[in-house]
Design a protein around this ligand. Structure first.
Ligand SMILES: Nc1ncnc2c1ncn2[C@@H]1O[C@H](COP(=O)(O)OP(=O)(O)OP(=O)(O)O)[C@@H](O)[C@H]1O
Length: 599
């Protein structure tokens, strides 16, 4: 089955943020809870101590003691709150670091199709905006929310104990406000989802455009591209403004509820005080609790809205982790030794069909690449040549048919072992933004020494150019010291030549090479193919003329296979390709230009 178009039913793993941060840290959880409770209790007790202080002042007895108690309670609450917040924040940073590491690890393990579909920018947003939003759940969830809820409930209980009739009046005044807030919270969740998706999409587009900066500048498209990005940024801003409008409703609605309650209580409570049913201390304490009621409500509301945004980001992490990774040991028979079968061809395709989407790209492809020697694959652009290489690498799996690598079904090779048999130069000659040395030794268990690296560079005519770089082999490529297209291609070839892999896959390795370097390349390939298999995709017939075996692709099918001379007689398609190429080419275009040393 093709991994390109199917998304297997991967059970979505829930990410329990709080469970993750407290896993194995029970003591920390207990500590945070005790501190939070202490801070909340102190806040709750404070207005009661004010009442006591008032009475003490009235009775001129013990007010110094109550003043000290008030100061102690206030300082204690502040200290407990600060320590709990610090402990939690420190743990939160660890969680975010773990989440980032897990995201990067999972992104690197994704199949190529899934990674491309998700998009670089969108994946990068997980490390930035999404991680920050999840962190806010940690900062707020275990402290601000419980503290505000405990304070709220505790305040209501104390108010009820002070005077239940006044409490009923208070609740009535706040009821309508809470109804409005519930509706707003639900709507906000939807808005935050839209915002975070749109931010991911904006980042994705921005990264893609920055990667195409050369072309954008060459075609003076900065304004047009900037307009496109601006439209997306405005869409984000529009969503954010709508969310802000909803958030802005919350505090005034709570304040309105509080003011209505205040008027009702001053009227009701005042009348009862005049009648002597209510003493001054209780009335003042009740009023203080009423004023204190709005703060935990606002705190709880702001915690709920921030947590909503964090939960949307948590879902985005869950979605990422649910994307299927490449299966490193798909279908591997237990105990199967990942070794090539002696005497088997390097590659064999048997009736292979493949499609990236609906439209078939390869149809009933049968081909063989011998275990040693040079096999060339030719065909018009879009005929499926790179797709064949991608299937050998198992970047995708075929829809139908069987692919064997060194005598074993590709699907039965553990992925690492399979790719250990292959050296690959992709069409873009991709290099890492890293040193020349790391680029050359990529994937080598024991990195080759400098002498071997320089020899490989000499073989592709790059030794002098690399040693001239400011840090030689340790120069970082891609920043201030970039290479030309042809130099990149030659460096990628040197990397492949340094690999000990028994099968070398080259996707148009000469497209950027001048005639001198093309001759060098041909010699390099001849050398490698003496005792290994080389499968080269090439448009230049000069590269394939000497091949031991030629595969001709046409519209996703193998139209012919054989030696050059035979194909010239039997394959009109091949003959046409060769004639088209020969118009402007001599047999050995620039062999004479090579210096004695090069030869
Ligand atoms: N990642 C992809 N997603 C969808 N379709 C793709 C993808 N890669 C290639 N194709 C399509 O598959 C077909 C074969 O592409 P492929 O790159 O294998 O051809 P090719 O023979 O190597 O072409 P060229 O010589 O131009 O490099 C083309 O029609 C192409 O549009």
């Amino acid at each position: 089955m093709s991994t390109a178009k199917t998304s297997p039913d991967v059970p979505q793993e829930r990410l329990f943020i709080l469970r993750e941060i407290f896993r194995g840290r029970a003591l920390l959880l207990v500590g945070v809870m005790v501190l939070t409770l202490a801070a909340t209790s102190a806040t709750l007790v404070l207005p009661w101590t004010v009442g006591k202080l008032l009475v003490a002042i009235q009775e001129e007895d013990g007010y110094t003691r109550w003043t000290w108690i008030m100061v102690g309670v206030g300082l204690g609450a502040a200290a407990a709150n600060a320590v709990a917040t610090y402990l939690l924040s420190r743990t939160g940073h660890r969680l975010i670091c773990d989440l980032r590491v897990r995201s990067m690890h999972h992104s690197l393990g994704l199949g190529l199709h899934a990674a491309r579909a998700e998009g670089t920018g969108n994946l990068a947003t997980r490390l930035t905006a999404d991680a920050a939003a999840v962190k806010s759940i940690v900062d707020i969830g275990p402290i601000q929310l419980p503290m505000s809820l405990i304070t709220l409930v505790g305040t209501l209980v104390i108010m009820g104990l002070l005077d239940w009739q006044l409490l009923l009046i208070t609740l009535g005044a706040f009821l309508a406000a809470l109804g409005v807030i519930a509706v707003v919270v639900v709507a906000l969740r939807r808005k935050y989802t839209a915002i975070q998706n749109e931010v991911g999409s904006l980042t994705e587009h921005f990264v893609a455009m920055m990667e195409s900066l050369t072309v954008i500048k060459a075609y003076r498209a900065e304004r047009a591209v900037s307009d496109q990005l601006t439209a997306r940024a405005r869409q984000v801003a529009a969503f954010e403004t709508e969310a802000s409008a909803m958030e802005a409703l919350m505090v005034p609605v709570i304040n309105l509820g509080q003011q209505i309650a205040l008027v009702a209580i001053v009227l009701g409570g005042g009348a009862r005080m005049v009648d002597g049913e209510l003493d001054l201390g209780t009335f003042v304490s009740f009023l203080l609790y009423l004023f204190q009621l709005a703060a935990p409500m606002v705190m709880a509301m702001s915690a709920v809205t921030t947590i909503q945004a964090g939960l949307v980001s948590r879902k985005r992490f869950e979605d990422l982790f649910a994307l299927p990774s490449e299966n490193p040991t798909a279908d591997t028979a237990p105990g199967a030794a990942p070794k090539p079968v002696a005497g088997a061809p390097a590659v064999r395709f048997d009736q292979v069909d493949f499609a990236y989407g609906e439209e078939p790209v390869l149809r009933q492809v049968d081909l063989t690449v011998p275990a040693t020697g040079l096999t060339a694959m030719v065909g018009l652009s879009g005929s499926g040549k790179s797709t064949v290489l991608g299937l050998v690498e198992r970047f995708m799996d075929p829809d139908q048919g069987r692919i064997e690598v060194f005598g074993r079904a590709a699907a039965h090779w553990p992925l690492e072992a399979l790719r250990g048999q292959l050296a690959y130069v992709d069409q873009a000659s991709t290099l890492l933004r890293d040193t020349v040395r790391h680029n050359l030794t990529l994937g080598q268990d024991t990195p080759a020494d400098d002498a071997a690296l320089l020899r490989a560079l000499r073989d592709v005519g790059l030794e002098e150019e690399i040693t001239r770089l400011p840090d030689g082999l340790d120069t970082v490529l891609g920043g201030a010291h970039d290479l030309s297209g042809g130099q990149r291609q030659r460096l990628a070839l040197a990397r492949a030549s340094l690999s000990k892999a028994p099968l070398v896959l080259l996707d148009e390795p000469s497209s950027h090479l001048d005639s001198i370097n093309e001759v060098r390349l041909r010699r390099l390939i001849d050398g490698i193919s003496r005792d290994r298999a080389v499968l080269v995709v090439a448009h230049r017939i000069s590269t394939v003329r000497h091949a031991d075996h030629v595969i001709v692709m046409d519209g996703g099918r193998v139209s012919a296979q054989g030696r050059h001379d035979d194909l010239m007689l039997t394959s009109p398609m091949y003959a046409e390709l060769v004639q088209g190429q020969e118009l402007g080419l001599s047999e050995e275009p620039a062999a004479d230009l090579l210096t004695g040393a090069d030869r």
